[in-house]
Design a protein around this ligand. Structure first.
Ligand SMILES: Nc1ncnc2c1ncn2[C@@H]1O[C@H](COP(=O)(O)OP(=O)(O)O)[C@@H](O)[C@H]1O
Ligand SMILES: [Mg+2]
Length: 326
């Protein structure tokens, strides 16, 4: 009943003028002639049916899909393909639904990964605590406990940083940065670890490069990449940090090359995802949280750039690219 009344209203306010236009210009019959029997009897039901199929039914479909989505059916989509306002609404709904579904999926994935990552060290911590209580390997257990606590602190610090950077309202604080100086700072900070691993980190740059960017974020990213390089490179090797700036295309590239084993081809993209490690165990000497490169990826994206890994056979190259002038 409601659709019939909507149909009549639409007919009298829009359809009538349309019919008039079609009669006058295309059919060559007088519009007033339509009101003499039998035209009205024919046109009114046609307008009602057309309005129902072209307007009311798709609107009902849209309303149904939105309600389903509201109730948690995140896979709900509209199969309305039209080149008009209703088609636009359907397309916008589908885009929005896909984005929201992707966000919810990644949040769920992150929560489940977090749960798993935290449960494993907590189980090991309980085990070490029991050892201490039973006076078994006390010193060793305390060392392990210290290590596990530090790792958990690392996980939480990195997760918080990623969440902060990925927030929609996050705006980097851009200032003029001397990139060469910043890299020398990272080399100084990582010198102790490099000496421990019998390797050296060197900067290769043909000129002094300045960029308008956020130095803290660049430093965190390069520090993480260099830490990995030092951890994986073979002893007595030199890790090279190569600077490249392209003023025409407005980008700065910082590439870090080591002489380690590289990563299997299928991991070249995966290592930038949270908690992804080629070696899943965290108990060997190189094992970390699996969040370092994910953080670098978030930083590169937040600054409008990108990060990539490629194998050098031997070695791995990580290319961190950001705009010279954001
Ligand atoms: N320079 C490298 N050489 C070989 N493998 C690497 C290198 N850098 C990263 N990887 C691989 O990528 C994984 C993810 O790195 P990252 O996110 O920094 O996590 P983490 O260092 O905490 O394990 C590492 O566990 C390792 O498997
Ligand atoms: Mg790392």
């Amino acid at each position: 009943m409601r659709s019939i009344s909507i149909g009549l209203v639409v007919y009298f306010f829009i359809g009538r003028n349309l019919v008039k236009l079609i009669c006058d210009y295309y059919l060559g019959i007088s519009y007033t002639a339509l009101f003499t029997y039998p035209y009205p009897i024919f046109f009114s039901p046609v307008a009602v049916v057309m309005t129902y199929f072209y307007i009311v039914r798709p609107l009902r479909k849209i309303n149904y899909a939105m309600n389903q989505f509201k109730l948690g059916a995140f896979e709900e989509r509209l199969d309305i393909k039209r080149n008009d306002e209703i088609g636009n609404i359907a397309e916008t709904f589908n885009d929005l639904a896909t984005r929201i579904q992707r966000m919810i999926r990644s949040e769920r994935q992150m929560t489940s990964n977090m749960g798993h990552e935290i449960r494993t060290p907590l189980t090991r911590m309980t085990w070490h605590l029991n050892n201490i209580r039973d006076q078994v390997d006390v010193e060793k257990s305390i060392d392990f406990l210290e290590y596990e606590i530090q790792e958990l602190a690392n996980v939480s610090a990195r997760m918080l940083k990623i969440a902060q950077i990925e927030r929609a309202e996050f705006k980097p604080q851009l200032i003029d940065v001397n990139i060469n100086e910043l890299i020398y700072g990272v080399i100084d900070k990582t010198e102790g670890l490099a000496i421990e691993n019998s390797c050296k980190v060197e900067l290769v740059a043909t000129s002094v490069i300045h960029a308008k960017t956020e130095p803290d974020l660049i430093e965190i990213a390069i520090d993480n990449i260099v830490h990995n390089a030092i951890n994986y490179t073979v002893p007595n090797s030199v890790i090279k940090i190569i600077l490249n700036n392209d003023t025409v295309n407005n980008f700065l590239e910082i590439s870090v090359r080591d002489h380690g084993p590289g990563v299997p081809e299928e991991y070249l993209e995966r290592i930038f995802k949270q908690f992804e490690r080629v070696d899943q165990s965290r108990n060997n000497e190189t094992g970390g949280t699996g969040l370092g490169l994910a953080l670098c990826n978030s930083i590169a994206t937040a600054l409008g750039g990108a990060i990539k890994a490629s194998n050098l056979y031997p070695g791995l190259e990580i290319r961190f690219r950001v705009p010279l002038n954001c």
